[in-house]
Unconditional design. Structure first.
Length: 204
């Protein structure tokens, strides 16, 4: 049920053991029965703001932290379809005392004319910790809301939101300066606001 960019990285196991959604234990062992790792999970480990958890993967945040540390697990991000088989976990983070949350816009000038060059602008995010929800609104230079890009979406620790210059009324935005108003919050009550600008250009 998940999309993967590289299906060749999987090892087929038949039959694959079934796991209960509410609770269970996963054991990684050798053919001789030597236990290499063990993880006991329960449904209450999921992100509390999710309306449903069926089909939502629990992801390990940092592989250097103990497997049995409940704080080292988090629900996979909504922005990646709640699972990342074959690629890096959406909630993966490397502990760093100097790490900071970052919101960047690239490129600062884009031209959505479908010529294959800077047709979209990306709002790229990197968070120190998992568990953030994000809303992104696009305003024109007169302060008018032209596009609601993301509404309270549950995120991973890094990713991007793209805008192709199309407004909410399904028309192309005119040339000019646009402001991305980004709001993020977590369950601890931490709220952060960012304003980033870009220029929508066109060929003369």
């Amino acid at each position: 049920q998940y999309v993967t960019s590289d299906p060749n990285v999987f090892l087929k196991t038949d039959p694959f053991p079934a796991y209960n959604n509410d609770e269970g234990t996963a054991i990684l062992s050798t053919y001789t029965g030597e236990i290499l790792d063990l993880f006991t999970y329960s449904e209450d480990m999921h992100y509390p703001l999710l309306n449903y958890v069926d089909g939502v993967s629990l992801e390990r945040i940092n592989f250097e932290s103990p497997t049995d540390n409940r704080n080292n697990w988090h629900s996979a991000a909504e922005s990646v379809g709640f699972g990342t088989p074959g690629v890096r976990n959406s909630q993966f983070t490397e502990s760093s005392p100097d790490a900071e949350d970052q919101i960047m816009v690239e490129p600062e000038i884009f031209s959505p004319d479908n010529d294959g060059y800077n047709d979209v602008v990306s709002i790229k995010y990197t968070f120190e910790q998992p568990g953030y929800n994000m809303t992104v609104d696009v305003y024109d230079a007169h302060g008018r809301l032209v596009r609601k890009l993301v509404n309270n979406e549950y995120l991973g620790t890094s990713g991007a939101v793209n805008w192709d210059g199309i407004q909410d009324d399904n028309t192309k935005a005119p040339v000019g300066i646009y402001v991305f108003y980004v709001q993020i919050f977590d369950l601890s009550g931490n709220v952060k606001h960012y304003k980033k600008t870009c220029v929508l250009a066109a060929k003369l």
